[in-house]
Design a protein around this ligand. Sequence first.
Ligand SMILES: Cc1cc2nc3c(=O)[nH]c(=O)nc-3n(C[C@H](O)[C@H](O)[C@H](O)COP(=O)(O)OP(=O)(O)OC[C@H]3O[C@@H](n4cnc5c(N)ncnc54)[C@H](O)[C@@H]3O)c2cc1C
Length: 491
Amino acid sequence: MKPQAGHNNIDYRHVDTITVHNHPSYVPRNQVRTTANAQWVLTDLVDPKLIVDSFGMPTHKLLDPVLPSGTAGNVIANRLSENPKNQVLVLEAGGSNADVLDIIVPLFCTRATPNTPQDWNYTTTPQTAFNGRSVPYPRGFVLGGTSSVNYMVYTRGSKEDFDRFANVTGDDGWSWDSLIPYMRKNEHFSLQTSDHHNITGQFNPAVHGFDGINTVSLAGFPSPVDNRIIETTTESTEFPFNLDMNSGYQLGIGWGQATIKNGSRSSSATSYLAPQFISRPNLHVLLNARVTRVIQTTAGAFRTVEFLQDLNGKPFTLTATNEVVLSAGSIGTPSILLHSGIGDSATLTSLGIKPLHNLPSVGQNLTDHTLLSVAFLVNSNNTYETAERNATLAAQELAQWNTTRTGPYVDNPVSHLGWLRVLNTSIFDQFPDPAAGPNTSHYELFISNGLLGPAPPTGNFMAVSAAVVSPAARGSVTLSSNDPLAAPLIT
Ligand SMILES: Cc1cc2nc3c(=O)[nH]c(=O)nc-3n(C[C@H](O)[C@H](O)[C@H](O)COP(=O)(O)OP(=O)(O)OC[C@H]3O[C@@H](n4cnc5c(N)ncnc54)[C@H](O)[C@@H]3O)c2cc1C
């Protein structure tokens, strides 16, 4: 399936150091710079140490990387623009996140994807393990990227996960101890929930940050399954209670934490590009700008970005005087690199793309946590399905959310989480344990008082969704052609 074309409304906010020629809808705000080749000019971007790609790993040094605006991209844009000397431009292929109810109301997160205007609407190639089916592979196509469409569950990796990054990279900067200050710096843990309930015993304050930009909160509306889940943890050794699964030790069952602020989604667009930040004169955002390539400016340096605003129109280019940060996510980043001639040279040549840098690992080792939602029929009518089938009740609950930010719509559907390991470990006599260590889970459970998705005509449900969080399988992102608008092959 092809990615969606998006809208062609252009949102130029405070673009004051950039010149655009031949673009009828652009009216520069104040300072205009004219360049001989009619390109856009930016100044002073980026501390390379801050650059991360979609896996949270450093981007390839070749690209000291203008910013696609995803979850990571907006964080970097915010941090860089703290320095008034840096002029930062964020380019986003999708549209604005503002006023899109399905990506604001937490309970509506299951409607945000797949097959919506805010989704790239990718599908995988036919998967042998799925009996030849191809499945949706959602990615946010909107300001804030996937943080604008995800389920908002706030989870850090385990200490062992981060320490493994440090070992693999040989860079202690990726260890848990090195990164925890940054996790705190990101986080504004809210001590107040929408229903003002007592949150003592539902999290561990010692492991959180309270002064950051991205709000994290506990549920603000009680779920009918709350007590039963907590009772299970006292009755079963298989499912022990964990006060805070974000402490570095993740095993057990505990209360869900979510990137929700006052009953609304906190994405990297609403937090890191909030009004107090987007009003900075040196932070600029351009929507509906589809990057097609980065272009080599001098040997080994790619400082020019090519992008389209009209998918059938002529491309624009802009050149950063310092560097370009490529943060287009786990699918977008390798796609752009490959179309730019950075990848396996032989494969690129066979597609008619001129190879510029032989880097066979680009697009390889795609790792993801496959999730399957398991539904249980329940004999209660107090589940999400009831309101979904009753338009009057749904309208009342939405009105309650709208006026008071209370009621069931303030939360995502995941009340509790479990991080667990397979019980029968004899399989690891034959295969290496893919988890980072003995205190790191193999699978994650998301517990919800209803289905994660549209309600069928009858029945009430409880869902326990399972995600494989230490997968052994690896996939890839490759190109089907040299057309940068063609969807990549996700295998
Ligand atoms: C349905 C779903 C639910 C999820 N739920 C959770 C959850 O509850 N908790 C959790 O921790 N994680 C969750 N995730 C995963 C998490 O949201 C992502 O891993 C994370 O947001 C990725 O961030 P990123 O910065 O790497 O990429 P993204 O946030 O995807 O950012 C990439 C950005 O680049 C833009 N872009 C891409 N290509 C181009 C181009 N050519 N030109 C211009 N712009 C481009 C995209 O439009 C996007 O804005 C979920 C993911 C999905 C799909």
